[in-house]
Design a protein around this ligand. Structure first.
Ligand code: C2E
Ligand code: CA
Ligand code: CA
Length: 404
């Protein structure tokens, strides 16, 4: 008997497919042929239903290992496709949060009803326990919060609850601020400040990230024009904006970048598209095509969290990369772990060879900055210099950081 979904069962005309009272393991989809379903009603009479291609029967077996309530016979030669409980549950787990939630509740409602009607005879008890463990429970809280968050995030844009903070990036040669990274903040009216590590993953899961990125791009470009006009602002400041792979696979991605920049006096090179190494290698072909078009239009491209994606280095040739951002994890371990220091040294040399510049993320201590300078790192972004801050505090960053 089949134990995987999609397995085919051929049945000859007149044969029984399943019998009332036996234990059911699979549901069936009729691919070809016809069956008759014989089911006893409340008055003890047998009712007959005929079903053909595309129909499903025996689906109660997907919910609980109860006895079959009907007998099903082939009235023609039949081809049947089996559906197993494991596969059924796996597919629900992969569905979107609302679908999972609703299905899960309906299943537990049906199971409760089936258990009340079931005769609780010993041979079924262990099976019933197993089925229960296979349920979808345990994720309820997560599902609810992700559904609620998706709703709330949708509203947050309209109600101006989102804000961009900007973290300065310092050039290690001049010790001047050369750019910023735009980092999203969500000021929730009742829950306070929600960090991006909480809401960005939900936005990525649900595709809502596309809306957030569109907003961030418009906002960051308009802000950079204002920041650039501040007294003492160095020439040619840039602003890094974070994007996800959903954004890059959108056909209008480049048009939106161009439009955002055309609304200002900025040059496209002043907008740096940041994409993590992990997301980049998820859809390499689409990403390579989009990034090439962006590069041709003059935009600058940075690979974020470099060194954490566990990919082959050969991909670096496939993308038009201007900047590598060394992940904070390496910088933090640099002082205590020789391997991290060597990795940073290697990434910097690799970047130089490929004509890319290097930003090290997450430097918090003076000795880290000194070491990074010694290793010839071009730029640093880290709490040692400044944390992300609202636009109106940025004027304090237009100074020489060395003469502090
Ligand atoms: P990321 O892109 O790697 O951004 C850098 C993160 O490191 C920021 O966290 C920044 O505040 C933090 N950081 C910088 N220097 C230091 C340091 O010296 N020490 C420590 N401990 N942290 C430092 P933040 O703002 O909480 O953002 C977290 C992540 O959320 C970002 O990581 C990025 O993946 C995501 N994110 C933030 N804003 C956006 C956005 O607008 N769009 C997208 N797609 N993702 C975003
Ligand atoms: Ca980033
Ligand atoms: Ca990063």
């Amino acid at each position: 008997m089949a134990n995987i979904s999609g397995a085919i069962r051929h049945v000859k005309k007149g044969e029984d497919i399943l019998r009332q009272g036996e234990s059911g393991e699979y549901a069936y989809i009729i691919d070809s042929g016809r069956v008759e379903i014989l089911i006893e009603n409340n008055n003890g009479e047998i009712e007959r239903i005929e079903e053909g291609p595309g129909s499903l029967f025996g689906e109660v077996a997907l919910l609980a290992r109860t006895k079959r309530a009907a007998t099903v016979k082939a009235v023609e030669d039949c081809t049947l496709i089996t559906v197993t409980p494991d596969d059924f549950i796996r597919r629900i787990e992969a569905a979107d949060p609302i679908l999972r939630m609703v299905t899960k509740n309906l299943i537990s409602y049906c199971r409760n009803k089936l258990e009340l009607e079931d005769d609780h005879s010993a041979p079924y008890d262990d099976v019933r326990a197993k089925m229960k463990n296979k349920t979808l429970s345990g994720h309820t809280q997560e599902l609810v919060s992700s559904i609620k968050m998706e709703h709330a995030l949708n509203k947050a844009i309209e109600q101006n609850e989102l804000q961009l903070y900007y973290q300065p990036i310092i050039n290690l040669e001049s010790f001047n601020t050369c750019g910023f990274e735009a980092l999203m903040r969500w000021k929730h009216p009742t829950d306070g400040m929600i960090p991006p590590n909480v809401f960005i993953p939900v936005a990525e899961d649900t595709g809502l990230i596309v809306k957030l990125s569109e907003w961030a791009l418009r906002e960051a470009t308009a802000a950079l024009e204002r920041i650039q006009a501040m007294p003492n602002a160095p020439e040619n400041l840039y602003c890094s904006v974070n994007f996800s792979s959903h954004d890059l696979s959108k056909p209008s991605f480049l048009d939106e970048l161009v439009e955002a920049v055309n609304n200002t006096k900025l040059h496209p090179r002043q907008i740096k598209i940041e994409i993590t190494e992990r997301l980049l290698i998820l859809q390499p072909e689409v990403a390579a095509k989009t990034l090439k078009a962006c590069k041709d239009a003059g935009f600058s491209i940075a690979i974020d969290d470099f060194g954490t994606g566990y990919s082959s280095l050969s991909y670096l040739q496939d993308f038009p990369i201007d900047t590598l951002k060394i992940d904070r994890a390496f910088v933090q371990k640099m002082a205590t772990d020789k391997t991290s220091e060597e990795l940073i040294r290697t990434i910097i040399q690799l970047g130089k060879t490929l004509n890319m510049d290097i930003i090290a993320e997450g430097a918090e201590e003076a000795h880290e900055v000194e070491k990074l300078k010694e290793l010839n790192c071009d730029m640093v972004q880290g709490y040692y210099f400044a944390k992300p801050m609202p636009e109106d505090e940025l004027a304090s960053c237009f100074k020489n950081w060395k003469t502090e």
